[in-house]
Design a protein. Structure first.
Lengths: 246, 444
């Protein structure tokens, strides 16, 4: 038993120094919290179990390790990713020159700071992935493929709502709006949409192009918080058409 | 993050002490397991908290636009075993598939919509009561710094209880009592996908267990009406039948036990094996899973991920066991049937279904069935866990819906030589409870 205790002590001391180098609140401070101002109150205020409650730091210019992309890193990456060819050759959901920007993430498997940016080109109906090495500031790799449909951007969601409201098939939708709010629908004013990307299933009637085309299904909320039934409508953003399932 | 020692810088002092003392004691303490790695993320993205029983969990967190909350580089240390030892490389949701029983609606929420970005809620109200709401990037295409992660320490009930047997001239007497309250370090985010609100939660217990679960609350889908075979009447009478549906959740779990990687997958099955003197004999057999595959539960079956490169102080290989609980199996797709899939780590395999959303990757690799199809050797295994919930609406779902949880546990098996929370006075109780008299061995 005595030998065991000695061993425990030795390790404990060594660990304390190792953890200080780890760069966060010190091991000792965590083991015996003595600064209540820096800790969160437990449920019921029993004072029994607490976690630290660090003040948020200003966003760093660059991240390290598995940190998410910082605003600064992303700005830099987007400049590099949008090559002159893409900027002039591709088209976004509104038909403007330049691809539709979808999302960005850090590739933690890459070992360094590497950003992956996803775009959709409505001209070719292809998903584009631009890989930017943030250390060198260069475009490292570029990929594109048809038939891949990740989640929609805010601009795409708005465009889909616009198409639905303007389409003759949207008449039933306008009626539900009147019932829900007692008002006439005025374009897309006061509507908030959520878009699920939609890929045609084998049994589909009316939207079998979806998957190769970029399509969404909407959930629409009115300004008074009611949801309107629109799930039977498929909005084809590539073809700028609206189809009804079944 | 690559597994292995390439990116790690070891604390020489700590490692040296561990090696010397373990050599003196004649027990095996793997040197790399006792080394502290360099910080794998910045301060803002790090959580490091010590629970009342002295257990410290340390990890990096981030929000992914599709997967939502991701935990990376999860390390554990305890009062008894103070050297931080890695458990996970990462854990995250891998899909949330929601098909309606009417067959006219179906969503892959991670890849059709996303759990992060604008769908991630800023914590407010009682969302993080008693905890610390941490600020970080929401992972959206124009990242915002928001309070999105709740970190809290919550009581988990009685961690253990044991009273020693004591005897004196008057017979049995109450002996020394060991009774202890346990705690979990809880990490959670909230994603609001239209009417439904999902809670992604990881509970890191002070005894080394990790519980992953998904909570569903918010409101039932509106305008989703069905007949009595596919719906349940809510509201007065039977005017409106709310449609039954599934929530099929998948998680991707990547172990990196003691930073050594290369875990072996094992399946254990217990079956009747004749009769003993009093009752049935049972036999438990181990099957090595050396190649990729999809697997399902039967009675008395379980799996574990074992490190062939890292042993506890008893000389046993460290491992974590998958413990599954309540589950409804959705039969509508092949990929929602297996309970667990083991695959060789592949950066192109990201989502358990609807995986083809990366132009760098093959378009025909869409589900966990595809991932396992070529039966690759498992030298760096990834575990995909599916837990389904068939939601039959009920009157109480209005309103809001009471939180419903679905998930699973990862339970340490031989990760340490003894209970991580063993109190003083019981450290000698390791091994045969009533050994023959003789010299006692070293403890760890
Ligand atoms: Cu539900």
């Amino acid at each position: 038993m005595v030998r065991y205790r000695k061993w425990g002590w030795g390790l404990g001391i060594a660990t304390a120094s190792a953890v200080t180098a780890f760069g966060v609140a010190s091991w000792q401070a965590n083991a015996a919290p003595t600064a209540p101002s820096a800790t969160a109150e437990p449920p019921g205020g029993s004072g029994q179990a607490r976690v630290s409650d660090p003040s948020p730091l200003p966003e760093a210019a660059t991240g390290s390790g598995s940190d998410p992309l910082t605003s600064g890193e992303l700005e830099k990456a987007r400049t590099v990713a949008l090559t002159p060819e893409l900027a002039s050759g591709a088209e976004d959901v509104t038909g403007k020159a330049g691809p539709e920007y979808l999302s960005a993430e850090i590739d933690v498997e890459a070992g360094g700071r590497q950003a992956e940016l996803y775009y959709y080109d409505y001209k070719t109906d292809k998903l584009i992935k631009q890989v930017v090495d943030l250390t060198t500031g260069k475009l490292a790799q570029s990929f594109s493929a048809a038939g891949m449909q990740p989640p929609a951007s805010e601009q795409e969601t708005k465009a889909a709502l616009g198409l639905l409201v303007a389409d003759p098939l949207g008449a039933g939708f306008k009626e539900s709006y009147r019932k829900a709010t007692g008002k006439e629908l005025n374009g897309t004013d006061g509507l908030v949409a959520t878009a699920h990307t939609y890929t045609a299933k084998p049994a589909d009637q009316g939207a079998s192009q979806c998957g190769n085309s970029r399509c969404v299904q909407l959930i629409v909320k009115t300004e008074n918080g009611q949801f309107l039934s629109v799930s039977e409508f498929i909005i084809d953003l590539s073809g700028r058409t609206v189809a009804r399932l079944k | 993050m690559s597994e292995g020692s390439g990116t790690m810088t070891y604390r020489k002092t700590a490692g040296a002490v561990a090696l010397l003392t373990s050599a003196a004691l004649g027990v095996a303490v793997p040197s790399a397991a006792s080394a502290a790695p360099a910080s794998p993320c910045g301060t803002q993205a790090m959580v490091k908290e010590t629970l009342p029983n002295g257990t410290t969990w340390r990890l990096c967190w981030r929000i992914h636009d599709k997967a939502g909350l991701i935990l990376d580089q999860v390390f554990l240390s305890t009062k008894r075993n103070p050297e931080p030892v890695q458990v996970l490389d990462s854990i995250r949701l891998a899909q949330l598939h929601v098909p309606y029983d009417t067959g006219d609606m179906e969503f892959d929420d991670l890849t059709d919509l996303g759990m992060g970005g604008g769908f991630l809620e800023t914590l407010t109200g009682d969302d993080c009561k008693g905890g610390s709401a941490r600020v970080g990037s929401d992972g959206s295409e124009q990242p915002q710094q928001r309070k999105v992660l709740c970190v809290s320490a919550e009581p988990s009930g009685l961690a253990y209880r044991a009273r020693e047997e004591a005897w004196d001239d008057n017979g049995p007497q109450p002996g020394k009592l060991d009774s202890k309250q346990g705690h979990d370090l809880v990490l959670r985010t909230i994603s609001k996908l239209a009417w439904y609100e999902y809670v992604t939660e990881y509970r890191l217990h002070d005894d080394g267990q990790i519980s992953a679960r998904l909570g569903a609350t918010g409101d039932l889908a509106p305008s989703s009406e069905a007949d009595a075979n596919r719906g349940w009447p809510i509201g007065t009478g039977d005017k409106y039948y709310s449609t039954m549906h599934y929530h099929n959740a998948f998680w991707r779990v990547d172990f990196n036990i003691a930073g050594k990687g290369g875990e072996k997958v094992e399946q254990y099955d217990t079956a009747l094996d004749g009769r003993g003197e009093v009752t049935a004999k049972l036999k438990t057999t181990r099957t090595a899973i050396a190649k990729e595959g999809n697997f399902s539960k039967v009675n008395q079956r379980w799996w574990r991920m074992t490190s062939p490169n890292s042993k506890n102080a008893d000389g046993h290989q460290r491992s974590y066991e998958l413990v599954t609980g309540g589950d409804d199996r959705y039969e509508g797709h092949p990929e929602t049937k297996p309970d667990v899939t083991f695959t060789q780590k592949n950066p192109c395999e990201k989502y358990a279904s609807d995986n083809a959303v990366d132009p760098e990757c093959p378009a025909n690799s869409k589900t966990v069935i595809d991932f396992a199809k070529n039966k690759e050797n498992l030298s760096d295994p990834v575990m995909w866990v599916r837990v389904g919930f068939h939601h039959v609406p009920r009157d109480e779902d209005q309103s809001p819906m009471p939180m419903h949880w679905q998930g699973f546990d990862l339970v340490p098996r031989d990760f340490t030589a003894m209970n991580q929370l063993t109190p003083d006075g019981r450290t000698g109780l390791n091994g045969d409870p009533q050994p023959d008299p003789g010299p006692s061995g070293a403890q760890g």
